[in-house]
Design a protein around this ligand. Sequence first.
Ligand code: LLP
Length: 412
Amino acid sequence: MNPFDPATLTRLAREHGTPLWVYDAPTIRQRIADLRSFDSIRFAQKANANTHLLRLMREQGVVVDAVSRGEIERALAAGYTAAPAACGASGIVFTADLFDHDTLDTVVRHKVPVNAGSTDMLDQLGARSPGHRVWLRINPGFGHGHSNKTNTGGEHSKHGIWHTELPKALAAIQRHGLHLVGLHMHIGSGVDYGHLQQVCAAMVALVKDSGCTLEAISAGGGLSIPYREGEARIDTAHYFSLWDAARREIATHLNRDVHLEIEPGRYLVAEAGVLLAEVRATKWQGGQHFTLVDAGFSDLMRPAMYGAFHGMSLLAPDAGQRPLRHTVVAGPLCESGDVFTQEEGGVVLTRELPEARVGDLLVLHDAGAYGASMSSNYNSRPLAAEVLVDGSDARLIRRRQRVEELLGLEEV
Ligand code: LLP
């Protein structure tokens, strides 16, 4: 669960201050290796878009997904281009359900293939860039997620082109002379095998029923990681075999090779990262004990947003000798929902930890995905620093933001 030893984390906290994100490069490389059976691995950089991590991905032959102008610029800064990488897939693909003007300009200028989630996107792109390479992101009519907020399929989801609208989308592609690369489905984050089988079957049926020809299919992302001790690790070989069977069926039907892509975010980076915070206060509120740390939901939003669970450990030389205490772990924000121990719906829970003292370090585990990338400046708190550890090498890959930089934006 924790790729780091306490001494390294304590040294890094002293050197760089807290809150601090720390990532382990070998863990990321290992997770990439788990998925090598797929023809291409496209990293959903929304999980963690630090350009140093994107560079690590590129060195490993992983291509990248972008969902905004900013993410396209990040990919370019990390050395990616829209051209096909060694794996045969485009270095960058832009996935969205709409274009803002700035992003449409950028996509056209850099010829970034587009994974379109609406026919309006096809019309807007076709008018500007005939021949542009496009994927269609299809909403198969059902979805699944670790929380309602991460379910990206079904009729209550804004995502994707509704499956029965595929003929219209194909007609728009034809009308505008766009080039169809393939179909893509991502029904949510935290998908189980049952839903996975359902998506694979939906992909095969859609290709057969629509009569479209394509070069590739994308399995989307959604692979979960064991956030809680004892949770099973996903069987990536099984995951691949289900998609490979779908790919083969499609390839036989079309009588051509079909490229199989996967698009994980969390799986590649979640377990590689921790958030380090310092205990700054402890107190009793009636019968309830609180441990207050200097990181809040402005740093790690997942517990407040989804009731997500993150393992925690206390770093102190004598932590093993201290009595265990059930405590609410909370942050510095002026908002009662700034609690790391909570369930979806805001129900406050406790965690059993060695009794914390001011100055101890708290490690929030498995925070490499949707941690730093979802941070905000709420309560005018600067974004935390990020460090990448690779064996004996520990590098600062993002410096801490300065309060002056926040104020600077308002010098208009
Ligand atoms: N592809 C598409 C089109 C997506 O929308 C997403 C995630 C992914 C791939 C990657 O999904 P992953 O493999 O990471 O599950 N903030 C939430 C997750 C939101 C995911 C949004 N889309 C969380 O912290 O759990």
